[in-house]
Write a protein that binds this ligand. Structure first.
Ligand code: ATP
Ligand code: MG
Length: 630
């Protein structure tokens, strides 16, 4: 019997090779199945679009003249860099690939002006971006938050469900295990459903620039998602690292089937076949041995399946038990409190007697549907940037909502400006802090596929690493609040007095420029060592006072007296104060985006001909926090 299985398997694979070449099974209709149009406009859309079009033309030529199914191209003319990529699945001919590419490009260029977009078709994937990382890194930072694409056909198999599910699931398992082991990470295969006069076809392809581990991970996820599609007769999975599709309808030609028998034989999963062959040949004792091996392998597979499950479920963040966090914070003891904020306390916690983390209790955050809360947490936790504080995990048992965060022993910037460690930061450190915050915010605004507006940028939300580099904290918290809490219609928290942009505080108008405004205020605090809410002169708070000094060209007067600056440094500070004033201007359109601020700071590219205008002041309020609609 085991021999029969093996023979049948070999026969199936061999007979599928090279037959009926005359019928073309590739569907070249080319309908988009997933389209993403970036929402952030390039700095110069005209220049950007020209570069995009010329890069696509170049890419098309590459595909055609080099007779390849994958290519990249870029055009960096005039400062608006564009990077393009085309990837066709390996069962296509070059001409079919170019036809798919053409269809994809015509969809992409109809996206409204944005600095990136991609589209997935059944036969190809085409993308353009203003950054290059995605060429070689399927998990580019900028893609954090991008979702996987899964679609299950709505027709169920006509065969006996159990047999169908078992056969296709085993087939997908083979594909999963074999693909990462094949040099070009590509498999096209077919499997007959016993007694059902039906065949299932499958293709899997990991991106060419990846490695075996990333391919394995992607295949594991694809397998799990597609296995859930069964008994549907069709399933597709796509993520930046791989594509897998199975279907009862043949969608590639027989001559494109890959011979996976050798890999299958060496494969651990194939060991069930291998083991039984050994058992048949060497008889009784060996049979017993092989059964034992099979059991062990089975257990091991079950175990590894569980680990994958955990990893997939968490997608970077770890779910903690409330009782473990209670233990780690010594029963949320007063002594472990690092600070208190608008949401509740932050505690120092020691997990498993070794890892120090910070645990933030979220009071007053509406425990929305748990999955929604967890989805937000997952989204935040996959964001990685050296200037953004990492969210490591969460706990949401009952009404207890807790976030587990990277612990930063130095604490927050405010302590270094007017708190216990006042005066300990020199100018270079302060400058690096300003630049780092700008970079972190630019990442949140412009480099992810979901724009995240922090809404509560202030010195206590800037933590300083051991080498005094800034890490922005609480950047996802606004997303954890009910949407209606941040708009004018209801009473709610909308930022902190002294930092919040007037249009947001008064009218609830939210945009990334809300963060630009608060960032401007933080610059002034960092330079002056004073709180934004401090009355500096007469009744003037820091911002108002800085503006008045600027009008008299005396804005150097705001510099922290703890700083001893040379002439060059003073000039640099003056320009940065001007950037801060520009950031706090109204109307909103006067304010630069954070990406522009990074350029201004980094390249000394300053205000140019821009005239500064007086910043709009905010409404004074007794309460430190701003409430709107009351
Ligand atoms: P808000 O609630 O608006 O964010 P806040 O930043 O003052 O206001 P919390 O975020 O609760 O309040 O933080 C309180 C204090 O705890 C911070 O000022 C900071 O000093 C400290 N803190 C917060 N997170 C960490 C962390 N991950 N590592 C070390 N200290 C932290
Ligand atoms: Mg905070």
């Amino acid at each position: 019997m085991p021999f029969m299985v093996l023979v049948l398997l070999l026969w199936l694979t061999l007979t599928n090779t090279g037959s009926s070449e005359s019928i073309n099974h590739v569907n070249t209709t080319n309908i988009p199945i997933q389209l993403f149009c970036g929402r952030n406009a390039p700095s110069n859309p005209l220049n950007f679009n020209e570069n995009r079009d010329s890069s696509f033309n170049q890419l098309r030529l590459n595909l055609l003249s080099n007779r390849v199914l994958y290519g990249t191209s870029q055009d960096l003319t005039g400062g608006d860099s564009v990077f393009t990529l085309a990837r066709c699945w390996n069962y296509l001919s070059v001409d079919e690939c170019v036809a798919c590419f053409d269809a994809a490009v015509s969809v992409l260029v109809s996206c409204p002006d944005g600095n990136g977009a991609y589209v997935l078709f059944d036969n190809c994937f085409v993308r353009y971006e203003s950054f290059v990382d995605f060429y070689t890194n399927p998990h580019a930072e900028q893609d954090a938050g991008a979702t996987q694409f899964i679609s299950c056909g709505n027709q169920s198999a006509s065969q006996l469900e159990l047999t169908y599910n078992q056969t296709v699931s085993a087939f997908l398992l083979e594909i999963r295990d074999v693909t990462p082991k094949i040099s070009n990470f590509y498999v096209a295969s077919a499997k007959e459903i016993t007694n059902a006069n039906a065949t299932v076809y499958a293709v899997a392809q990991c991106v060419e620039s990846t490695n075996q581990t990333i391919c394995e991970t992607c295949m594991n996820i694809a397998y799990k998602k597609l296995d859930n599609c069964l008994p549907s007769t069709e399933g597709r999975f796509f993520d930046m690292a791989c594509f897998v599709r199975y279907s009862e309808t043949q969608f590639f030609n027989d001559n494109k089937i890959t011979d996976i028998t050798n890999v299958l034989k060496d494969n651990v999963i194939g060991n069930s076949v291998k083991v039984t062959i050994v058992a048949s040949v060497i008889g009784g004792v060996a049979l017993l041995l092989s059964i034992l091996i099979s059991c062990l392998l089975y257990r091991q597979r079950k175990k590894s399946k569980k680990t994958e499950q955990d990893v997939d479920d968490l997608e970077g963040a770890i779910r903690y038990n409330y009782k473990d966090l209670k233990l780690a914070t010594d029963n949320f003891s007063e002594g472990n409190i690092l600070g208190k904020g608008g949401f509740g306390e932050v505690y120092k916690a020691i997990l498993g007697n070794k890892n120090i983390v910070a645990v933030k209790k979220l009071h007053g955050v509406h425990a929305r549907a748990k999955t929604e809360f967890e989805n937000e947490v997952k989204l935040i936790s996959i964001i990685r940037h050296r200037n953004l504080l990492r969210l490591l995990g969460w706990s949401s048992e009952g009404s207890n909502l807790l976030l587990v965060l990277e612990y930063i022993p130095n604490g927050s910037l405010d302590k270094f400006l007017w708190g216990a460690r006042k005066g300990t930061l020199d100018w270079t450190q302060r400058y690096e802090i300003i630049v780092g915050i700008a970079k972190g915010l630019a990442h949140l605004h412009d480099e992810l596929h979901v724009k995240i507006v922090h809404r509560d940028i202030k010195s206590s939300n800037i933590l300083l690493s051991d080498d005094f580099k800034p890490k922005i904290a609480d950047f996802g918290l606004a997303r954890l609040q009910r949407e209606d809490q941040t708009h004018i219609s209801t009473t709610g928290y909308a930022g902190t007095f002294g930092y919040t942009a007037p249009e947001y505080a008064l009218l609830g108008v939210l945009s990334d420029k809300v963060d630009t405004y608060s960032f401007g205020v933080v610059i002034l605090e960092t330079i002056s060592g004073r709180r934004s809410t401090e009355v500096v002169s007469g009744t003037d708070l820091l911002l108002e006072n800085t503006w008045k000094l600027y009008e008299k060209k005396m804005h150097l007067n705001i510099i922290d007296e703890m700083l001893d600056l040379n002439q060059d440094e003073q000039e640099q500070v003056m320009k940065i104060i001007e950037i801060a004033l520009l950031c706090t201007e109204s109307p909103v359109s006067n304010r630069p985006t954070m990406s522009e601020v990074v350029l201004m700071l980094r390249e000394g590219q300053l205000l140019g001909n821009r005239e500064l205008t007086r910043p709009t002041n905010f409404v004074h309020n007794q309460d430190r926090r701003i409430h709107i609609g009351t």
